[in-house]
Design a protein around this ligand. Structure first.
Ligand SMILES: Nc1ncnc2c1ncn2[C@@H]1O[C@H](COP(=O)(O)OP(=O)(O)OP(=O)(O)O)[C@@H](O)[C@H]1O
Ligand SMILES: N[C@@H](CCO)C(=O)O
Length: 304
């Protein structure tokens, strides 16, 4: 067995009202260079070492073993995995999904399982519980998905997305998804849920019609999670006012936060510079869509 490389994109979930259902793959990646070894070892960038273990308890390995077990393999031949990570941990850009999807790719390649993207997504949903990050991490583009623990259905959008800039405004603190979910109500009135689902419906229709202005408007009107989470993000209102003032079509909390994403259909280099200066307390990155999703490349292909 020779060496190979796995690349998994960052993802931004929810897009406002598409809670646990909608997500987009973006132009940041985790790269895993894998080669056979005597024991499992994940070589993690220094900045990530406090959060990502280097041994078999690493989420990538746990997921790979879970996948192997599903297909009646008791173990996986050990590998050395050199990770390069451009996706910040616990910031709302789908880092845990890069690990889950990376683990499925790892098992698929080492054991030659020949899994389809749909089979990979089913496994990823069993682990993550909701498809919003893992679906675009596997397929690329925007994925609108529904998973109830058994049935899995989705629609994928990619048309016109390359015209857009997804400006990530990344605060300098971590927010674990588990903690951000504890803030959400356990019940909602029927009337409120109908209103919240109407907003999500219009978002999806706007994405289908490539009506980006309407999509941006719906992103800011979410009722499912943002009203409960935005108070955790000091400066949320100020960031929103700044990006809307600079021509953003709408801003939402990416995944469970704390990153905020502002959608732009036009953003010049000069505007980007101005925003970077005005929002100097944050890391600012102008991202674009990733269309291909996760990829595994064998070493003989890498050399070509
Ligand atoms: N590259 C990686 N390799 C192994 N484990 C990882 C990796 N990246 C993230 N993780 C695991 O995922 C955890 C972070 O998951 P969490 O769901 O809190 O954040 P997130 O996925 O970045 O955010 P969100 O789901 O809101 O987009 C980390 O603490 C770590 O355990
Ligand atoms: N839909 C999820 C994304 C993070 O996993 C949430 O907002 O909690």
């Amino acid at each position: 067995m020779s060496s190979f490389q796995i690349r998994v994109p960052a993802t931004s979930a929810n897009l406002g009202p598409g809670f646990d259902s909608i997500g987009i793959a973006l132009s940041k990646h985790v790269t895993m260079d894998c080669e056979p070894a005597d024991e499992w070892f994940f070589s993690v960038p220094e900045k990530d070492q406090p959060y990502i273990p280097s041994g078999e308890e690493n989420l990538v390995h746990k997921t790979a073993l879970y996948t192997a077990n599903l297909y009646r393999f008791e173990s996986l031949p050990p590998h050395h995995v050199e990770m390069t990570n451009d996706v910040p941990i616990a910031r709302g850009l789908g880092s845990s999904s890069t690990a889950v999807v990376g683990g499925i790719e790892l098992a698929n390649h080492i054991l030659d399982l020949q899994l389809s993207k749909y089979e990979k997504l089913k496994i990823a949903c069993e682990i993550e519980g909701h498809p919003d990050n893992v679906a675009p991490a596997i397929y690329g583009g925007i994925m609108v998905s529904s998973y109830d623990g058994d049935n899995l259905d989705f629609v994928r959008f990619e048309k016109g997305l390359d015209e857009l800039t997804w400006l990530a405004v990344i605060p300098d603190f971590h927010l674990e998804t588990e903690k951000a979910r504890e803030l959400l109500p356990t019940e909602m009135s029927y009337k409120h849920a109908v209103h919240a689902s109407g907003t999500a419906n219009v978002l999806v229709a706007a994405l289908a019609e490539q009506n980006w202005a309407l999509a941006g408007k719906m992103m800011t009107r979410d009722q499912w999670h943002q009203p409960y989470r935005k108070n955790l993000i000091t400066g949320f209102d100020e960031v929103e006012t700044t990006v809307l003032g600079a021509g953003s079509l709408g801003m939402y909390i990416s995944g469970a936060g704390p990153t905020m994403i502002a959608l732009f259909d036009q953003l010049s280099a000069q505007q980007l510079d101005q925003l970077t200066t005005s929002l100097s307390d944050y890391k600012i990155e102008a991202l674009s869509v990733n269309i291909q999703g996760a990829e595994t490349i064998s070493s003989h292909l890498q050399a070509n």
